[in-house]
Design a protein around this ligand. Structure first.
Ligand code: CUA
Length: 181
């Protein structure tokens, strides 16, 4: 075989190998996306990070878990260097829970244990998603976007409790919380 033919054969072989690698990566992305129910980015909703703590839905008194007049469970939270507010979130098992969150300073994010609750929190934007926690239990909720020197110490807890217990606690009209007082 001439040198030209050897080079052509090698290039053809590597074209097939690279093609197979790309196909395997795409297949892996499709599989994990469907298997773990990865959620698409939420719709674009903006908020002014300079004033969100003063009034409106992300003022301190509105953060945490609440049951709306329509019976829907809503968690509102904010992320800042280097903590989440609130530090501990209570949610019911087996009921849809809607999260609404944003960041006050830089990009943060969180994932709740090994569930599919996983989102980025970007200053100026409200991130929202709805998920259902199947079983009662406690999860760690770490920040998963590098946000500065305190990033690895930035995390909160999520307590998933039986729905009857949750609704009994929510009926008092207060926000349901597990933050120690
Ligand atoms: Cu907040 Cu990393």
């Amino acid at each position: 075989m001439s040198a030209v033919n050897v080079a052509a054969a090698a290039e053809k072989r590597w074209a097939w190998i690279v093609g197979a690698i790309i196909a395997a990566i795409i297949a892996m992305m499709v599989f994990t996306g469907i298997h773990w129910s990865s959620m698409p980015p939420s719709r674009v909703e903006t908020i002014d990070p300079r004033t969100l703590h003063l009034s409106g839905e992300f003022a301190e008194g509105n953060l945490g878990t609440a049951v709306g007049a329509d019976g829907k469970v809503m968690v509102r939270l904010i992320a800042q260097q280097y903590s989440f507010e609130p530090q501990c979130v209570v949610v019911p098992a087996g009921m849809p829970v809607t999260f609404r969150g944003t960041a006050t300073d830089v990009i943060h994010g969180f994932v709740v244990g090994r569930t599919n609750a996983n989102v980025m929190l970007i200053p100026g934007y409200v991130a929202t998603f709805t998920t259902t926690f199947r079983r009662a239990g406690e999860h760690l909720m770490p920040c998963h976007e590098y946000c500065g020197t305190g990033h690895e110490a930035m995390w909160a807890r999520v307590q998933v409790i039986p729905p009857a217990d949750f609704l009994a606690r929510a009926r008092s009209g207060e926000r349901v919380s597990c933050v120690p007082r």
